[in-house]
Design a protein around this ligand. Structure first.
Ligand code: COA
Length: 695
């Protein structure tokens, strides 16, 4: 059921409304009444006849007419019976303010209220929430102190206390909210439901989310956010970046799947802009709520101080925003404004002599020039010009240029700058006190613009040999597949591997080689369920050139392993052709508790082991998204070929990753899988070693 009736109700009841001003039931009713909500308001309390001048009803069934929302403020144990009454009254949405549910371990009571709501098609916000506020309809159904500063951001918060705390701050900072929703325990209404709803909401141009955890709702979130991001940008701050323990993992993918990395990937693929602090959440949300998305990646900085320009340029470089050299035509215009001792190269330094008019003309020229993608005005306070003059100059330039282009203002100075910044924000122009914060906002506008510009085709499954994989998985009693089996699974999904055989005796080695199935040089590796790191026990031989060496290698491998790990069960020796030379990478997949099947890419060797340079996505992912993953790792330059090496075949590598994402998605019984290393070369990829752990 849509959340329309919840966010924009025409009537609301407060169950547990109290005449006692110290009780939350009183404060919520008072907020609704004083806020100016013009729908029906019904206090419910069996002991009272009137509260705050409104007729009070003993129970909700007695209320005449329809009730869209019931806000419930009675002790937790009474909530189920109150919900039954709401069901009888056919209330569509309930908001349970009460604490005392799963957050304190009372899971059964929470389950009970969810069941009552589901059975009766009622949507439930909470429990354990402060309520919600809609600034446009003047509905304050919360026990927060007041309305937040009105604006275009829908703020969704998992922490109720933060919702209360933020209210006063929004006035101080002039960060405007359309709606504030406290999500609490998210027993029913979740981030994904709200993100879905705010995709089309007349008063909202950006969604800001404060998340602590999204339970098992990750996949739904990715789906909802991917769609909503096409209409409305979403910025999220996920608190609690602690890496979660994964005791059962055996793969590299498992050990590298920190919570943060998986969230990062999920956010990226669904267009969610990630914030790393509360400040960043609101900085970016303000920018995205007021400005159009950025088309292209360059920014022109207009400043009156070298320092501000340099700091902005430094941050821009880190965030991949191009501080480009403006075209001659634009330089000519700047020359007519900038004194000879200034600079017409980006950052454009108007010098400390600049007055409002200089800023206005330079900004206008930058906005009008089609080569400029975004403008940063970086002003440092001088005696020459008051910050308010700069604020007005920016406003005039935007009005007279009549162009919708991202423009962010950074005013550095004292209280006058703060006043001017407030004025700017009140006029729809984002302003921040430091160059770094301003550039981060420009980078968010770019990230959002890039998401809109990317081709968002869904995943089209590859033709694969699913039956062979089923046979292997059904035919084993092992928790971790044998290497030769795991490689066969990869082959069935179209990922190339070297020709591989498992031999159990010297005779089998000889007969396999006699058949001429394998080409020298060969690699031989011990196969044992008890040995994960074969090299450590002398379980790998490389560069075997003939039959004689192969027989000897078999013998030595057996001897080494029996000595290093006497009790280990040995299944035989894997004989494998040598893979072509290339760049070592790792591709993997894992079932994440929040997002379900995920896929990972990283560069092999120290890049993955020491630097943990890996990226994740929620599976399945198409080749285009996989290409982005290849570019996101810090060492991506290595794929392009360094020191005379040829560039690897990016499309083949991306396709291999995409095929692996299909594998982990197709088989829920696979807990983790990785191929490490995969050799990526100029023509293809080749998975040399593979590991698959089943649930
Ligand atoms: N229908 C309607 N009203 C009822 C009722 C019923 N079935 N049963 C009781 N009431 C009335 C009570 O009589 C009382 O009104 P009164 O002041 O006139 O006596 C009112 O509801 C509230 O009940 P009370 O027992 O006094 O509870 P309380 O106000 O002390 O606490 C909560 C209720 C919900 C606020 C409290 O249990 C709670 O959960 N507090 C934490 C809230 C919170 O922090 N939420 C999360 C924020 S992040």
């Amino acid at each position: 059921m849509t959340l329309q009736n919840l966010i924009e109700p025409t009537s609301i009841a407060v169950i547990g409304a109290s005449p006692n001003p110290e009780k939350i039931g009183h404060q919520i009713l008072d907020n609704i009444v004083r806020g100016g909500f013009d729908g029906g308001v019904y206090p419910i309390n069996p002991k009272e006849r009137e509260i705050l001048g409104l007729k009070c009803y003993p129970n909700i069934m007695e209320v005449p007419g329809q009730v869209d929302v019931a806000v419930i403020v009675v002790p937790a144990e009474i909530v189920p019976s109150v919900l039954e009454d709401c069901a009888k009254k056919r209330v569509s949405h309930v908001v349970v303010i009460s604490s005392g549910f799963s957050e304190v371990g009372n899971k059964d009571l929470e389950k009970e209220i969810v069941e009552i709501c589901r059975k009766n098609s009622m949507r439930l916000l909470g429990p354990n929430v402060i309520g919600y506020i809609n600034t446009a309809t003047k509905l304050n159904a919360s026990f927060g102190p007041d309305f937040p500063f009105p604006g275009k951001i829908a703020f969704l918060t998992q922490s109720g206390a933060l919702g209360v705390a933020i209210t006063g701050w929004t006035w101080m900072e002039r960060v405007g909210l359309s709606v504030l929703v406290s999500l609490g325990n998210m027993a029913d209404v979740s981030f994904s439901d709200l993100i879905d709803y705010f995709s089309y909401h007349a008063d909202t141009t950006c969604i800001a989310a404060y998340m602590e955890g999204i339970k098992g709702d990750g996949r739904k979130l990715v789906e909802a956010a991917s769609q909503t991001s096409l209409n409305v940008p979403i910025v999220a701050f996920k608190a609690g970046r602690s890496e979660r323990g994964r005791a059962a993992t055996v793969s590299h993918t498992g050990s590298l799947a920190g919570e943060s990395g998986v969230y990062d990937g999920a956010f990226k693929q669904s267009g969610i802009i990630r914030a790393n602090s509360l400040h960043e959440l609101f900085d970016k949300s303000l920018g995205l709520s007021l400005l159009p998305p950025m088309v292209g990646g360059n920014c022109l900085i207009i400043t009156n101080a070298g320092g501000a320009g340099v700091m902005a340029a430094d941050t821009a470089e880190k965030l991949d925003i191009e501080i480009y050299d403006p075209p001659e035509r634009l330089k000519r215009t700047f020359k007519s404004i900038v004194p000879p001792y200034g600079s017409v190269n980006n950052p454009i330094d108007l010098t400390a002599m600049a007055i409002g008019g200089d800023f206005r003309e330079a900004i206008k020229a930058a906005l009008l020039d089609p080569s400029v993608n975004a403008v940063l005005v970086a002003y440092t306070v001088t005696r020459m010009v008051d910050p308010m003059d700069i604020a007005k100059a920016v406003h005039e330039a935007i009005s007279s240029a009549g162009i919708k282009k991202p423009i962010v203002v950074n005013l550095i100075g004292g209280v006058e700058c703060e006043t001017a910044a407030k004025w700017l924000k009140g006029h729809g122009i984002p302003s921040y006190p430091t160059p770094e914060r301003s550039i981060k906002v420009i980078s968010a506008l770019r990230g959002y613009g890039d998401y809109l510009a990317s081709e968002l085709e869904g995943f089209k499954p590859y033709k694969v040999d699913k039956r062979s994989v089923e046979e292997i998985l059904n035919g084993t009693s092992r928790r971790v597949l044998r290497e030769d089996e795991a490689l066969e699974v990869f082959r069935a999904y179209g990922i190339d591997t070297p020709k591989t055989l498992l031999v159990k005796s010297q005779e089998e080695v000889i007969s396999a080689l006699k058949k001429g199935d394998l080409e020298y040089p060969l690699v031989m590796k011990i196969s044992s369920p008890d040995i994960q790191h074969k090299t450590d026990v002398g379980g790998v031989k490389l560069g075997i050139k003939d039959e004689k060496e192969a027989v000897k290698a078999f013998e030595e491998l057996m001897k080494n392993v029996k000595k290093a790990k006497p009790g280990a069960e040995i299944e035989g020796v894997v004989v494998q052709e040598t893979a072509p030379r290339g760049v070592e990478v790792i591709i993997g997949g894992l079932k994440d508790p929040t997002f379900g099947p995920t896929v990972m890419f990283g560069l092999g060797g120290i890049m993955v082991e020491v630097l943990k340079d890996v990226v994740f996505r929620v599976a399945p992912v198409n080749r285009e998204e996989c290409l982005k993953m290849l570019q996101e790792v810090k060492g991506s330059e290595l794929l392009k070929g360094v020191r005379g090496a040829k560039e690897v075949h990016m499309n083949c590598l991306a396709e291999g990753l995409s095929r692996l994402s299909q594998l982990i998605y197709d088989f829920p019984e696979i807990a983790e899988v990785d191929a490490n290393p995969v050799i990526a070369h100029e023509n293809d990829i080749c998975a040399v070693d593979a590991l698959i752990r089943l649930e």
